[in-house]
Every structure is written in C-alpha cells, then in structure tokens.
Design a protein around this ligand. Structure first.
Ligand SMILES: [Zn+2]
Length: 313
C-alpha cells in the first residue's frame, strides 16, 4: 500500500487527495513521457512540502502544549483566587475577632468601673453606718444637754445617792405633770415622752443600766405583764425587782438604795398613786407609745423597749 509522500498517511484507493494534509495524490498518466529533470524537480518540491508539513505539525503541537499550559494557568488562577478568598475570609474573621475583643475589653472596663463604684458605695455605707452608730451612742450617753430642771436629779444620781434621787424623781415628775401630790392615770398617760426618756436615761447612765423605768418595763414584760392588772404577775414583778420579800410588799424604808439592789428596783417613787400600793409604771406609761414614737428614732425604740413598750403587752 502506498502512502502520502508528505505526511505518510496511508492512501485510500477512492481518494485522490490525502485525508490528512490534502496533498494531491493523483498519479501521473503513464502515457506521459516524464523527463528525468522534471522528476528531480518534483522530488525537490516534495521534499520542501514534506518539511513544511513537519514544521506545521511542530507548530500545532506547540499550540496544543500552549493550550494545555493556558488551561493549567487558568486552573492555577482559580486556585489562587480561592486562596485569596480564604485569605480574605480569614482577614474578615480576624477583624471580627478584634471587634469582639474590643467589645470584651470595653465591657471589662465598664465592669471595673461598676466594681469601683460599688466599693465606693460600700465605703460610704460603712461610713454612714458608723456615723449612725456613733450618733446613737451619743444619744444614749446623753450628749444632749440635760435640761436644768434635772440638774439636781443628775447630781444625786452621780453621787450614787439613790434614795434622794428617787424622791427627786417623784418631785420632778409631779412638776412636769403640773401636779401637787400624785399623778392620776390620765397624768401618767399624757406624761411627755421626752421628759420620761430624760429621766430614764439619767437613771440608766448613773446605774450602768441597772436602774430605770425601761429596765422595769423589760422585766415586767418578760413576766408576761400587760396593761391589764394581773395580781400574780404584779407580785412576781415585785419579787423580781425587790419591792417584795418573803411574800409581802416592803415599806419604802426597807428598800435597798445602793447599787447592789436587785436590778430594776429603782426608781420606785414615781408619783403614781394607787390604793393597793404601786401600779406598774408601764401599765400607765405604756400609753405613751403613740406620742413617744415620733420623738424616738427606731434604734432607741428598740433599745428602750420600755418607753413605748406597754401597748403590745
Ligand atoms: Zn498527506
């Protein structure tokens, strides 16, 4: 089988041109007498065409390779783009992270400020509490100057002269109530709260808390005493504070007027009259609660349960 002289493609019988390079393959007519020189010339032309074809093939191969390279380049570009996107995403995420961190720092600063404010407020609260406490203490230790009508009572108490102080208590209470000999129930009920408190505080102060109307009321209350007279409770009260001994009430002269007397024994001579001896002071003075309350700060109310105490008895 003959082949194309240019590209070596096998020649098909029915084709007069090469199916690959298109070279004219039709044979020279044998009747034609072909001169030697002409054949030589034809062979040179064939050689030239063959070389041209080879070069063309090379170019085509190169173009194919270039196309492949371009394809690879495109792929690479896509990968680079993808990487760039990733880098951008990472950058964005970093930005977001930084934003979040800034927010956290901001919140932390606010938190610190709040804590500092808290500490400051706690300090102020502590200071205020201390101030309130010191004020309370000052009030209970009677930094408030005692009115002059109590000068004598204070002098006697300071000298631990409890008997004369007890008698002076009676005088001063009668004077406050504008009465001559004794206090009626209504006088006791209307007895000014501040005066009562002053008297009680003086007794408390000079007896180191042993004597005082509030001390008596506390004892009376603990025994179950109420505003209603109850003989049993009243006698127990008398036993407890030393107004009774051996089952009977003592005379005034029989009382112990020293600091070693039973707690709550004094003052006794409060000016309240009663046909059967002493009325419990708190029974009468307890009615003071309504008027006392506005004058006494809550701390004093609780400390001197006495002054307002009897109402809830
Ligand atoms: Zn060919």
């Amino acid at each position: 089988m003959s082949t194309c002289p240019i590209c070596n493609t096998p020649k098909l019988e029915e084709n007069s041109t090469c199916i690959t390079c298109g070279f004219d393959l039709s044979p020279y007519p044998l009747s034609l007498g072909i001169p030697q020189d002409y054949i030589k010339l034809e062979q040179i032309k064939l050689q030239w065409a063959k070389e041209l074809w080879c070069k063309f093939q090379e170019k085509e191969d190169q173009q194919k390779q270039i196309a492949e390279l371009l394809k690879g380049q495109t792929k690479l570009n896509e990968m680079v783009m993808a990487k760039l996107q990733t880098v951008q995403d990472v950058g964005q995420m970093q930005q977001e992270l930084e934003n979040k961190q800034a927010q956290i720092r901001n919140l932390q600063e606010k938190n610190e400020a709040i804590q500092a404010e808290n500490l400051k407020l706690q300090g102020e609260i502590t200071t205020l509490q201390a101030a309130i406490k010191s004020e309370e203490e000052q009030q209970t230790t009677s930094s408030v100057p005692t009115p002059s009508k109590y000068t004598k009572l204070e002098t006697l108490l300071n000298a631990q002269n409890f008997r004369e102080a007890d008698e002076e208590t009676r005088s001063v209470m009668l004077a406050v109530a504008n009465r001559q000999i004794y206090l009626r129930v209504e006088d006791a009920e209307n007895f000014p709260c501040e005066e009562l408190r002053t008297i009680d505080n003086l007794w408390l102060k000079y007896s180191q808390g042993k004597f005082g109307i509030s001390v008596q009321q506390e004892i009376y209350k603990n025994l179950g005493g109420t505003k209603q007279y109850n003989r049993k409770v009243w006698e127990s009260f008398g036993d407890e504070i030393g107004w009774r001994s051996g089952g009977s009430w003592l005379n005034y002269n029989e009382l112990n007027f020293s600091i070693s007397a039973p707690t709550g024994q004094l003052p006794m001579n409060n000016g309240i009259s009663a046909p059967t001896g002493q009325l419990p002071m708190c029974m009468e003075l307890g009615a003071q609660e309504k008027t006392c309350e506005p004058h006494l700060p809550p701390s004093l109310l609780s400390r001197h349960a006495l002054l307002p105490s009897c109402q809830d008895m």
